[in-house]
Design a binder for this molecule. Structure first.
Ligand SMILES: NC(=O)c1ccc[n+]([C@@H]2O[C@H](COP(=O)([O-])OP(=O)(O)OC[C@H]3O[C@@H](n4cnc5c(N)ncnc54)[C@H](O)[C@@H]3O)[C@@H](O)[C@H]2O)c1
Ligand SMILES: [Zn+2]
Ligand SMILES: [Zn+2]
Length: 394
């Protein structure tokens, strides 16, 4: 098969690899029909490079057709059209019983003290080959893959793998009171969908912040009032001005550790990625990926007693967080990886509606052949050519 492999700092290549096969009775093999590039893949491209091995297969946003199943897999069968959640969960452990699927105790990576294994996401998360490939082996397939109807194009269902459950959880965690307001910092794919989910769930005042014109424009098309972080001196002040002086009732940080506006951290990340592997990993864990520009904006902006929902990924173990401000303002903080399967029953019926309430027909900006993955990564990272969501077709 052909697969997108990580080779080094900002270096991905499409290579020929042996086809995956059933290894466990709970496995399935899926022939991939669409696979998207995520903001999380960009962290591997750069700041998390010290945790990657050359040749690792990338990708965790995947859908396709089942071609084989192990003897214990009954919920799906060869020929079924399925979406594959990015977390790998067993569905029958204590954490899965609590619907905390991103913490599944069967697939937890204890060696690195991490939660559930993820597709294509470094040795910290189980070193599982990803799905930016012709074929992918899906562990725990007796539980994970979601069967979807035939008919509508892949773009309607693909984002059940990550973007939609992640955005849905971010909005649920934000816990906006009736009649309240929400600000979303970062209008990448996750921020865009968080805004739309919020509007769909009846939150009238949704404010979006970014600095890329096409991203601000897309949010405006979906009922969001936007603030251009490149045009105002003080984003929290601008958000307070739009919310009666108090600040939004809840703020979602949909940026994470690669925020714009943190040049020192950027240099550290670059240094961490070119140092010898052991030193680089230690630096990346301790300080190399600490870029808190968006988080600081969110903490400053949220009203007193409001809620901060952090969905952007942070990777530093020694980030200086303004604890005084969080404590004094009495902010509630909720964060973490999305528990994908928890939200699927709520989201699937919305996707099946003919009127496309989440506007999925206005989301994917680029669709390229898998072979063009190197160009696709570079374009998405540089936000060139209006790229917002990029899908690869094997
Ligand atoms: N928690 C989860 O389960 C989960 C799942 C998927 C993605 N994520 C994370 O969510 C984050 C967003 O992902 P994405 O795919 O939308 O990526 P993305 O990189 O396209 O989006 C980030 C956006 O933030 C904007 N931005 C950067 N700095 C900013 C600043 N200082 N102020 C305002 N906006 C700023 C960028 O212009 C960009 O539009 C990433 O950190 C990703 O890893 C988390
Ligand atoms: Zn993703
Ligand atoms: Zn489990």
């Amino acid at each position: 098969m052909r697969a997108v492999t990580w080779q080094g700092f900002e270096d991905v290549r499409v290579e020929a690899l042996p086809d995956p096969r059933i290894e466990e009775p709970t496995d399935a093999i899926v022939e991939v029909t669409s696979t998207a590039i995520c903001g999380s893949d960009l962290h591997l491209y750069r700041p998390l490079a010290p945790f990657m091995e050359p040749g690792d297969v990338l990708g965790h946003e995947v859908m396709g057709r089942v071609v084989a199943v192990g003897s214990e897999v009954e919920q799906i069968a060869p020929g079924d059209r399925v979406v594959v959640p990015f977390n790998i969960s067993c569905g029958r452990c204590h954490m899965c019983d609590l619907q905390l699927y991103a913490q599944c105790e069967t697939t937890q990576v204890r060696e690195h003290r991490k939660g559930a294994a993820l597709f294509g996401y470094t040795k910290l998360y189980g070193h599982v080959p990803g799905g930016q490939a012709d074929l992918v082996r899906v562990p725990q397939a007796h539980f994970g893959p979601v069967k979807v109807p035939e008919g509508p194009p892949d773009d309607r269902y693909l984002f059940l793998s990550d973007v939609l459950p992640t955005a849905w959880q971010a909005v649920a965690y934000a816990d906006v009171p009736p009649g309240g307001s929400l600000a979303v910092i970062g209008l990448g794919p996750i921020g865009q969908m968080a805004c739309r989910v919020a509007r769909h769930r009846g939150i009238e005042k949704v404010l979006g912040v970014d600095l890329v014109p096409e991203r601000l424009g897309m949010a405006q098309r979906h009922g969001v009032e936007t603030v251009d972080a490149g045009q105002v001196d003080d984003v929290p002040e601008a958000l307070r001005a739009l919310t009666g002086g108090r600040g939004p009732d809840a703020v979602i940080d949909a940026v994470g550790m690669e925020a714009h506006g943190a040049p020192v951290a950027a240099a550290m990340q670059r240094a961490a990625s070119v140092l010898p592997r052991s030193v680089g990993a230690a630096l990346a864990m301790r300080a190399g990926v600490d870029r808190l520009a968006a988080l600081r904006t969110a903490i400053d902006a949220v009203r007193r007693g409001g809620t901060l929902s952090i969905v952007g990924v942070y990777g530093g173990a020694a980030d200086p967080i303004p604890m005084l401000e969080l404590f004094d303002k009495g902010v509630q903080v909720r964060l973490g990886q999305a528990h994908v399967r928890r939200w699927v029953p709520e989201i699937l019926p919305v996707l099946e509606r003919d009127d496309d309430p989440l506007g999925l027909s206005d989301f994917v900006t680029h669709r390229l052949p898998l072979e063009e993955a190197p160009r696709a990564y570079a374009m998405f990272q540089a936000k060139e050519d209006g790229a917002i969501k990029v899908v690869l077709t094997p």
